[in-house]
Design a protein around this ligand. Sequence first.
Ligand code: FAD
Length: 376
Amino acid sequence: MDFSLDAKYLDIQAQARKLAASIAHIAAEADECSTVHPEILAALRASELSRLMVPAAFGGAFEQVDPLAICVVREALMATSSHLDSLFALQGIGSFAISKAGSADQRATWLPRVASGEVLAGLALTEPEAGSDLKSVTTEVVETPQGLRLSGLKSYISNAGAAGFYEVFAREDSGYSMLLVPADAAGVTVTPTAELIAPHVLGDVQFDNVLLPHSARLGARGEGLALVLATLAVFRVSVAGASVGLAQAALEEATRHARTRVQFGRPLARLGPVAQLLADSWTEIEMARLLTYRAAQMAQTDPGATIEHSSMAKLAASETAGRVVDRCVQVMGRFGLVRNSKIERLYRQARPMRIYEGASEVLRLGIARELTKVVV
Ligand SMILES: Cc1cc2nc3c(=O)[nH]c(=O)nc-3n(C[C@H](O)[C@H](O)[C@H](O)COP(=O)(O)OP(=O)(O)OC[C@H]3O[C@@H](n4cnc5c(N)ncnc54)[C@H](O)[C@@H]3O)c2cc1C
């Protein structure tokens, strides 16, 4: 049993760290943006890391999308910039259903442009009245002789207004389908969502009687829910990777501070209670990282069968990030409260991770359900 990353992943990690270092000087500014930061996007494109998000046959880096590679990259990017991490992650989250179930034409049209970063992707699931309870969506697609008619409102959609297309989850008959909708289709309009504590490229997307060709479904009619689950199976664990990166960055900030700031005649790091905060944080990050890499590795072969392990990793790592960054602010005292300092940004950025792609409470339900199945 080997707990270290092999050469393939170390190489990807080095590429991701290089990209992160190249934009570090503009990270603070970019992370406060609610629209795509052009220099960050240009750097992501130049790095070619988006090639990790599609299969090799369509310009991707590997034969299949590799969850561990994505985790390793998100860990490195999130430590420097949430904006960069999110632009990278969305290329996969918003295009995976095309990789998995798109027609030859849909794949050939969109995936090479996602891989190069020329086109940004978006996944539209959430609605004003449908968050964790996805099955309560009211966006609907109806088949007519002219084509598919799509109507409904999606809210809190990442990359809204910047994406070239959206994968849209909609009710169809008594089930759900997934549609591929070009952002410039007639009847698609975007309005900005309320600004969050940690800004994000986010908007509401209205589909007003949008007419799509019959070929716009991704996969078969009624396959929408299965495609959402397949996407989550691969990408939920990547939120764990980003959470580990965030926690590690916070701990490094706090450690540097605690090593040099002297109170009561000693560096803070040598005061027992502060040492405990730092030691617990490091230990928990190591646990979260191991769980994340293992879950990502399990997801390589059959992501659907191991989704609860991805959920465990996301639960553990995002909750760890929340605890760690809170302790780190404590260690830094008043210096941890300075608006737009690195630690203050991380403090705000950690919070949504426990909510999107499965709130912690919802993840626990699934994990417990699986537990009752596997225990004999
Ligand atoms: C930064 C950001 C980016 C996002 N990007 C996208 C995107 O690109 N595409 C997209 O479709 N959506 C996106 N979302 C929306 C996100 O998916 C939802 O916020 C998430 O699914 C939770 O839904 P909700 O916020 O409506 O919370 P609700 O479903 O209203 O839940 C609120 C709280 O209730 C609790 N809860 C809910 N259900 C249960 C349950 N069954 N058991 C126990 N407790 C429960 C949890 O504590 C939960 O946090 C984004 C959100 C954010 C913050």
